[in-house]
Design a protein around this ligand. Structure first.
Ligand SMILES: Cc1cc2nc3c(=O)[nH]c(=O)nc-3n(C[C@H](O)[C@H](O)[C@H](O)COP(=O)(O)O)c2cc1C
Length: 322
């Protein structure tokens, strides 16, 4: 797939996930086969007001292919923010038009834009005029089940100059509940000629292939399926390339990858933040371990990453829950 002039190899990308897919997770996912990663959503308004914390979200680190994601509801602010983001060297800029969080949607950004197609067009056009790098847009299929308008929105996004569109096959009202609306993603693919990246419940090679086959999409994007499982991308690549179903790595290797991610996190974040945030990642990595609940409780008491090494030893003693 090509996004503007950017060549994208492989089969799946890491979804933007605020508070989860941070620089460390993005780098680990790339190492295990993610074709590109999109950074955590970043407030266009905060960027234009010079907020230092927001610029932290823009750092690409060592990633080969990386996009910054911006949210906001004012074309001019989004255009100015795109120029700031561009100075951090992303391969492309993604605009969030799907986030259901009240903090975003109640301020005219994210999924609330799905109810204002004219404004969608103005935002995409303003950012395209301002940015030198390609521009993509990530949407949900509509506000709720009575107002599914992904095709209308996608056509406007394409006509306003966007280089690709990512469709999360759920409505805003659905949040993360099943099912993913495959037909709506396919309808978008049939309606536009820019690349369509399909997103929603892809968790392994089989679900990725199904998404490709049933929607005709150009690429797939994985969110929650990569939590505590960055090797999901290797699994997808192996299945798509040669129909091979790779097993999950053995527990010891999984814990080693977890520690690798946490040590990367230590490089990029304060010790306090690492301790707070590592708990959820450890909990995800412990999936499938016998006595996982007990081990997860221990995570509440950790004071340093060496405490997590002890939890790893206990996990290895417990073994896998098969
Ligand atoms: C914790 C969390 C944070 C998220 N943050 C963002 C975000 O910053 N920007 C965005 O466009 N989508 C965000 N999403 C949505 C995901 O990118 C993705 O569209 C959604 O999880 C569906 O894909 P999945 O079924 O593979 O998880 C977030 C999802 C989760 C679970």
């Amino acid at each position: 797939m090509k996004i503007g002039n950017v060549d994208i190899k492989g089969y799946a990308s890491l979804a933007p996930m605020a508070g989860v897919a941070d620089r460390a997770m993005r780098e680990i996912c790339e190492k295990y086969g993610a074709a590109y990663a999109v950074g955590e959503l970043t407030s266009a308004k905060a960027l234009t007001l010079g907020d230092k914390k927001s610029t932290m979200f823009l750092e690409r680190g060592n990633l080969k292919v990386f996009a910054n994601q911006l949210f906001g509801g004012e074309p001019q602010t989004m255009a100015e923010a795109a120029k700031i983001a561009e100075s951090f060297g992303p391969d492309f800029i993604d605009l969030n038009m799907g986030c259901p969080a009240p903090k975003v949607a109640n301020n005219g950004g994210g999924s609330s834009l799905l109810r204002d197609p004219v404004l969608v067009g103005k935002i995409v056009r303003a950012v395209k005029d301002a940015a030198k790098v390609p521009v993509t847009v990530k949407i949900r299929i509509g506000w709720d089940k009575d107002s599914i308008n992904a095709v209308e929105i996608a056509k406007i996004i394409e006509a306003s100059g966007a280089d690709a569109i990512t469709v999360h096959g759920r409505t805003r009202a659905q949040m993360y509940a099943p099912p993913v609306d495959i037909a709506s993603i396919k309808a978008v693919k049939d309606a536009v000629s820019i690349p369509v990246i399909a997103n929603g419940d892809v968790v392994d090679g089989i679900s990725a292939k199904k998404m490709y086959e049933e929607t005709g999409c150009d690429f797939v994007m994985v969110g929650r399926g990569a939590m505590g499982m960055p090797w999901v991308f290797d699994k997808i690549n192996a299945y798509m390339e040669r129909g091979e179903i790779l097993p999950d790595p053995p527990l010891e290797k999984r814990l080693e990858i977890m520690m690798e991610q946490l040590h990367l996190m230590e490089k990029y974040k304060s010790q306090r933040t690492v301790l707070l945030e590592s708990r959820k990642h450890v909990a995800w990595y412990l999936k499938g371990v016998r006595n996982a609940a007990k081990l997860r409780r221990l995570c509440g008491e950790i004071d340093s990453l060496s405490d997590i090494e002890i939890i790893c030893e206990k996990a290895l003693e417990s073994g896998e829950d098969i």
